[in-house]
Design a binder for this molecule. Structure first.
Ligand code: FMN
Length: 384
């Protein structure tokens, strides 16, 4: 049932919906407990140092929360990381560049967690060669674990469990101190280079550009549908598939129960639910208070993994500083309709020939949010 905008606001604002969404007992039952268990059970991963490290690595940020990692543990003391090619994003990420960046985030947290547990890991990326435009079945990384009493612990590790991609609107009264942002960038040290700015002219330009890029994704039917198919609306769907775009919480559930929110409406640009979704995203893009971006020399698969390592370090350093961070990747996506905005982004960030923007994220101060769902690490092991 497609409702008019006015009826939607009237019903969603009605006391029945508000009372239902806010009822204490109801609120308490709406948390997808199983889907969030991996955030609470890292200490129960057993004695195998690979399991212990994996329990943290699966908490890495990754595009659309696809969690594309698969790990072969059949050889003692070693792990072989593969990409689960059933978890790609062919429409918005046609060359699996973002998926590879997410695997880089995974490797960096794996390294930190192993060090915390007294192990050094040595990582050989793409041991059987780098794939080209399409990820193939070859391994992404070969990892060996070695006990090392003096393994250098990383101070950022402490923030792995509280790191978030904070997708809420940020406080526009609260500016970001450029010195704090420089600390965040410094934590992402090395090549690819991380950069940041709070310059108002740049912020205004990127607020506008990221919003237009979002609209482009929403107005291109096949990219819109890719997201819609990955939406998990309400607790039951999130528990059944703890990945993708989770639309959870009492309000979403109540809107769903009242027939105001479903996949069909979210896929229909003339529906009120779709318009509401745009309103929410406009508020998100327009409250960016600064940006962090990561640029690599070239665009090799190794550079993409490195960009992920840098990005998650920046995300952790932001967490340490109490700063919210949220990737906005639409303008970086490599499908034909986005090409104009992709070019505009490169010009706005003055990215030279042969360099690639691997990540763009907004920063600011946002409300505290909970973690996002995860598949347990055991389910990502292909051979034990
Ligand atoms: C390469 C990459 C691209 C991403 N792009 C976006 C994006 O465009 N929009 C967005 O809301 N989140 C984006 N994210 C964040 C993911 O949605 C997020 O990491 C995932 O949902 C898991 O949530 P968490 O980071 O809070 O654990 C991206 C993350 C990565 C690593």
């Amino acid at each position: 049932m497609a409702l008019s905008r006015r009826s939607f606001i009237r019903i969603a604002g009605s006391s029945a919906v508000i009372v239902a969404a806010g009822a204490g007992a109801f609120v308490l039952t709406r948390e997808p407990t199983d889907a969030l268990t991996p955030w609470r059970s890292t200490a129960a991963a057993g004695n195998d140092p690979r399991h212990k490290a994996l329990a943290f690595a699966i908490l890495a940020p990754n595009p659309h929360n696809r969690q594309p990692w698969l790990v072969d543990l059949s050889r003692p003391g070693e792990a072989v990381l593969y990409c689960d090619r059933d978890r790609l994003l062919p429409e918005t990420d046609p060359f699996s560049r973002q998926i590879t960046v997410g695997l880089g985030c995974f490797l960096e947290i794996l390294r930190m967690a192993a060090a915390e547990d007294g192990h050094d890991i040595s990582v050989t990326t793409f041991p059987d060669g780098e794939p080209g435009d399409n990820l193939d079945g070859r391994p992404v990384a070969h990892i060996s674990f070695k006990p090392a009493a003096g393994a250098a612990k990383d101070p950022l590790f402490r923030h792995v469990l509280s790191r978030r991609s904070n997708k809420e609107p940020y406080d526009i009264e609260r500016t970001v101190d450029p010195a704090i942002l420089q600390e965040v960038v410094k934590a992402a040290h090395g090549e690819p280079a991380a950069k940041a700015s709070t310059d108002q002219t740049l912020v205004d330009a990127l607020r506008d550009l990221t919003w237009r890029a979002h609209l482009m994704e929403m107005e291109t039917p096949r990219t819109l549908m890719e997201s819609v198919r990955l939406m998990r609306i309400g607790k039951a769907e999130i528990e059944a598939n703890p990945d993708g775009i989770d639309l959870g919480g009492p309000m979403m559930e109540t809107l769903k129960a009242f027939g105001l929110l479903d996949r069909e409406q979210l896929a229909d640009p003339s529906s009120t639910a779709f318009a509401q979704g745009l309103d929410i995203y406009r508020a998100i893009t327009q409250t960016a208070m600064g940006y962090v971006w990561i640029v690599s020399d070239g665009n090799s698969r190794a550079a993409q993994l490195d960009a992920g390592r840098r990005y998650v370090r920046a995300n952790l350093a932001a967490t340490a500083a109490g700063l919210a961070m949220h990737p906005l990747s639409q303008a970086l996506q490599e499908y034909p309709e986005m090409a104009v905005l992709y070019r505009e982004l490169r010009e706005t960030l003055t990215v030279g020939e042969g360099r690639t923007v691997q990540m763009l994220a907004r920063v600011g101060y946002g409300p505290e949010i909970g973690p996002s769902p995860r598949w347990p690490f055991e389910s990502r092991i292909v051979r034990a």
